[in-house]
Design a binder for this molecule. Structure first.
Ligand code: AMP
Ligand code: ZN
Length: 111
């Protein structure tokens, strides 16, 4: 999608602190971190929200979780604990309309 920030980051048209990349998934540091570790993991293919991923393309979610698991270990929060979350649409607090997983950790998180 031409006018999407995260598509532009995935295409390397806008800089980001990239921490993982393969053919399908990109991970980078959140520009406004809520905790010592705050990463965003995105599919390279544009889906506006989780609702927009067709059932037969949901394998991308498993792929993203594989990357989450790997990055949690790499960033030293796997055993201490961390939070993975996806905001969807207005009441879910979604601001960027390209599916992204937050990986947040490195401090005690509250409910
Ligand atoms: P959400 O509310 O789930 O849509 O979260 C969007 C997230 O994207 C926020 O945590 C922002 O800090 C983050 N963000 C916005 N612009 C950038 C950017 N250029 N690079 C990295 N993270 C960004
Ligand atoms: Zn996009």
């Amino acid at each position: 999608m031409t006018d999407c920030l995260f598509c532009k980051i995935a295409a390397h048209e806008i800089p980001a602190e990239i921490v993982f990349e393969n053919d399908r998934v990109l991970a980078f540091k959140d520009i406004n971190p809520k905790a010592p570790v705050h990463l965003l993991i995105v599919p390279k293919k544009h889906y506006a929200t989780l609702n927009d991923i067709p059932d037969d393309e949901m394998e991308i979610i498993a792929e993203i979780h594989r990357v989450v698991k790997h990055l949690a270990r790499e960033f030293g929060v796997a055993d201490r604990g961390y939070r993975t979350l996806v905001n969807t649409n207005a009441e879910g607090g979604q601001v960027i309309f390209h599916v992204h997983y937050h990986l947040i950790g490195g401090r005690q998180l509250r409910a």
